[in-house]
Structure formats: C-alpha cells, structure tokens
Design a protein. Structure first.
Lengths: 83, 286
C-alpha cells in the first residue's frame, strides 16, 4: 500500500480528533504531541492501535522513540509503510 | 500519643516479618520455582502452580503478621474477587496492600512496579508469576489485556505508587485503559490502614503507636458497557478513570473523618504523663 504524506497526515489528524476530542485547529505539523496536544504514553498506545489498523502494518512503541511532533509522526508512519 | 499494643515487641516483630518476607522471596525464587519448572505441564499449568504457591505463601505470611501482633485485618467481600476477566482496582496506602490481595485472590495477574524485577528478594516471584510491570507503555496494556482474555483477573493500583498521606489522590489512566479494552468487569477494593503504617517515605521501624488495623472492603462491580457505548476507547477510559477517582475519593474522605475521630479519642485516652512519640508518626491533620 502506498500512502501519500497528505493521506497519512489526514489519518493522524482525524484519529486525534476522534479518539481524544482534540480541536482540529490545534493540530498542525509543528504541534508537539505531549506538550501541546497532551497525548501521554497511554494515549500513544491507542493512537498506535488506530494507525496499525489504518496502515495494516504492525507498529511498535520502538518505532516512535524519536517522535515529538505530529510532523515527526507522519514521517515515521510513512517510513513504516515504505511510502 | 501513648504507645500501646506491645510497642517494642512490634518493632522487633516488624523486623522479623521483613526478614521472613525477604528469605521467603529468595527461597521461592532460587529454590522452589526452579523445581516447579521441572514438572511437566503447559505454560498455563506452570503459571498456575506459581500463583498457587504465592497465594499459599503470602496467606501464611499475613497470618504470621497477625499472629505476632504487628497488624490485624478484615477482608470484606473477598469471595467476589478473582473472577475471570475481572480488573481489581485498589488504593495503595501501604507497602503490603498487594500482599493481602495476592494472599486472597486466586489466579490473579498483578501490575506492579518495575523495581520489583530488580529487587533480589522479589525478582524470582514476580518473574515466575508472569506479573506485569507498571511502566506505562503498550507492553503493559497488552500484557494485562492478554491476562484478562486468558480469564485471569488483574490487580492494579491506579495510583501507581503508594499514597503520600495527606495528599490528594491521583490516578494514572493505565488501569482504566486496560479495563475499557479487555475487562469483563471492574471491581474496586477500598483499603484502609489505621493508623498509617509502612506508607511511602517512612522507614520500617517507625511503627505506629498502636497496632495497625487493615480493612479491605470490596465495592460494587462497575459496569463497563455504558462507558464503552458512550465514546471511543480513549475517551471512555478517561471517563472511567474520573469515575474511579470519584468513588475512591468519597471513600477516603469518609475514612479520614473516621480516623481523625479515632486519633482524637486515643489522644484524650492517652492521659497525662504518658510518653509521646514523634510528630512524624502522627498522621497530619487533614
């Protein structure tokens, strides 16, 4: 499956809105997940689950060690799906 | 406050109990569990044998603690614990809360702090029992969920660490997340310990002025369907966490009032000319 960066960004954005009821306008590529969007390690587990279903790939916490912002997450997911 | 209930003996007996716990942990981890591993049977059978051992050993241990007079305890509603897929959430006033739960709840997986895997006295038992570390990661959520799906019950302390006396309750969301994902039912256990003993940041020999009395009361089951139907999992977990915090706070507020009254009664009964112990041993006024 090839996914464009925009498609991945859109999936992440809708996941954040639906799962955590975050205001859509607060979500930007520069927004930091922990500090700005208040996504903690437990939330990350739910987010990973959702992205796992979206990409069809197994995603582990170790793939996201260096992820800080929404933009980082898009890049990490893209690398995983080989897009 | 006047020291009562054989104060000096209780210091000695407390030290004895710590020693017994340590030696027991070493013997089980280094001798008994390796022998059990040699027995035939599936991984499931092996785990059940380990859990049975721990239950029998810690049941004996709490009876020894009661027998030598360091504490008394009452466990109300214990028969409702240990059901398949049950998440058991408890508050955490003292070091030995989990000891009581393991001693009385059959076939339960415990979510306990990572440090127990580094402690030489507890490493053997927690490893053999397949307990789960409370480090908040996907591994914790998944391991605990798997235990629930395998029809175990899971014991978890949402505070993550012992309560600091006098501070407001804080619950980590891990317990609620696990419950929303995989539990058949959630059951609260309200633990009270009067006077405070073995609380966070207090050395073992600073024992309370009188024998500690533990009360463990099993609360009503919490239905998960309404939470699950209302919203997606992470929001439902937040709502459940908030609800749990509310019921525990209400319970603890009642407990604090009762304790304040008991402490006041003991202080006035102490009379003049009796020895007083350090301020640190008296629960701050809350």
């Amino acid at each position: 499956m090839t996914l464009t960066r925009d498609q991945i960004y859109e999936a992440i954005r809708s996941a954040l809105v639906e799962l955590f009821e975050i205001d859509a306008e607060r979500i930007t590529p520069e927004a930091r997940l922990a500090e700005d969007l208040e996504i903690d390690s437990i939330d990350a587990v739910d987010l990973m689950d959702r992205l796992k279903r979206f990409t069809g790939k197994k995603i582990g916490a170790e793939d996201f060690r260096s992820v800080r912002t929404v933009g980082d997450l898009v890049v990490a997911v893209q690398r995983l799906v080989g897009g | 406050m006047r020291r009562r209930d054989a104060y000096h003996w209780r210091i000695f007996a407390t030290g004895l109990c710590f020693t017994l716990f340590g030696v027991g942990g070493l013997v089980l981890g280094l001798c008994w569990f390796p022998v059990l591993r040699l027995l035939p049977g599936s991984a499931q059978t092996h785990r059940l044998r380990v859990l049975k051992t721990l239950r029998v050993a810690l049941n004996l241990f709490v009876r020894v603690m009661r027998g030598v007079g360091v504490l008394s305890f009452r466990f109300e509603g214990v028969e409702r614990l240990g059901r398949p897929g049950q998440v058991i959430v408890a508050n955490h006033p003292s070091l030995i809360d989990v000891v009581f739960l393991i001693a009385f709840v059959p076939d339960a997986c415990c979510v306990v702090k990572q440090a127990l895997w580094r402690n030489p006295f507890t490493r053997g038992p927690v490893t053999a029992a397949g307990y789960v570390s409370n480090t908040p990661t996907d591994v914790m959520i998944q391991s605990a969920s798997e235990a629930l799906h395998a029809r175990q019950s899971v014991i978890i302390f949402p505070e993550g660490t012992r309560t600091t006396p006098g501070q407001s309750l804080q619950f980590h969301r891990g317990a609620a997340t696990i419950a929303i994902r995989a539990a058949a039912v959630v059951t609260p256990v309200f633990i009270s310990c009067r006077p405070t003993t073995l609380s966070k940041g207090r050395p073992w020999y600073r024992i309370p002025y009188k024998r500690a009395r533990f009360t463990l009361r099993v609360g009503d089951d919490i239905e998960l369907t309404p939470f699950r139907e209302a919203s997606p999992a992470p929001i439902a977990a937040r709502a459940l966490n908030k609800y749990l915090l509310e019921i525990f706070e209400a319970e603890l507020a009642a407990e604090r009032r009762a304790e304040t009254m008991e402490t006041a009664a003991d202080a006035s009964a102490g009379g003049r000319g009796t020895r007083r112990i350090d301020d640190a041993d008296q629960r701050s006024n809350i």
